[in-house]
Design a binder for this molecule. Structure first.
Ligand code: SAM
Length: 219
């Protein structure tokens, strides 16, 4: 299928203005990343025309690519700097990882569903995201060998904050994770200060698919 790149560029600019800036996303690096990453390539051909709409979309295996605003809100809340190394749990379509990769030095992303990861790895190669490192694993136990991370983002809903992930956060680091039951969660931001103490902020309600694993929901 021939892809009308100009049409998608226009939809992307409209998404940034109407869905992100209008709702308080103001970090220029976050907005710049959203203007650049071709979200339509992270969904199936049949859904491309809806890729820039204000809702999540299915990506197969009963999983979703999150609504653009929630991706932006979580990314902005991480207070990212260009030298940061970031861990993402829940690669899914790869869109959140690509947004992060436009902003920071390196992104480590873990996915537990092999077929999704195979497809997403191919897309990262095609789009030349050489600063994204992927792993097929249960992300609830993190990625100890590559820790500590400047920031950790969990893109699936967890019953609680896994302590093992907090342990892999550097002093001064930030983590964002949806915490709640299987139907509704709160977006929780955790800041580990320079003495290692944890400060917790509730950013409000959200709804994610389940984080399944040793430190998450049981299947
Ligand atoms: N960040 C994704 C994106 O940009 O498309 C959104 C992903 S979707 C909302 C949540 C993903 O988390 C799913 O792909 C799911 O398989 C994955 N997941 C759930 N539990 C996981 C775990 N323990 N380790 C790694 N991935 C997990």
């Amino acid at each position: 299928m021939a892809i009308n790149t100009k049409k998608f560029e226009k939809l992307r600019d409209e998404m940034v203005t109407n869905q992100l800036e209008a709702r308080g996303i103001s970090d220029p690096f976050v907005l710049g990343a959203f203007r650049k990453v071709p979200r339509h390539l992270f969904v199936s051909e049949a859904l491309m025309d809806q890729a820039y709409s204000d809702f999540p979309l299915p990506i197969g295996e009963h999983q979703t690519i999150s609504q653009p605003f929630i991706v932006a809100e979580m990314t902005q809340a991480l207070d990212l700097k260009k030298d940061d190394r970031v861990l993402e749990i829940g690669t899914g379509s790869g869109y959140q990882a690509a947004i992060l990769a436009e902003i920071v030095y390196r992104v480590y992303t873990i996915e537990r569903i092999h077929s999704l990861l195979v497809k997403t790895r191919r897309l990262f190669d095609r789009l030349h995201y050489h600063n994204i490192v992927t792993k097929y694993s249960d992300g609830t136990t993190g990625w100890k060998q590559e820790s500590p991370f400047d920031a950790i983002i969990v893109t699936a809903g967890s019953p609680e904050v896994p302590q093992v992930l907090l342990n892999q956060l550097i002093n001064g680091g930030r983590m964002i994770i949806p915490v709640g039951n299987q139907y509704a969660q709160d977006l929780i931001k955790l800041h580990k200060d320079h003495r290692g103490a944890i400060h917790r902020t509730n950013l409000g309600g959200c709804r994610f698919v389940k984080l399944i694993g040793e430190q998450g929901w049981k299947e």
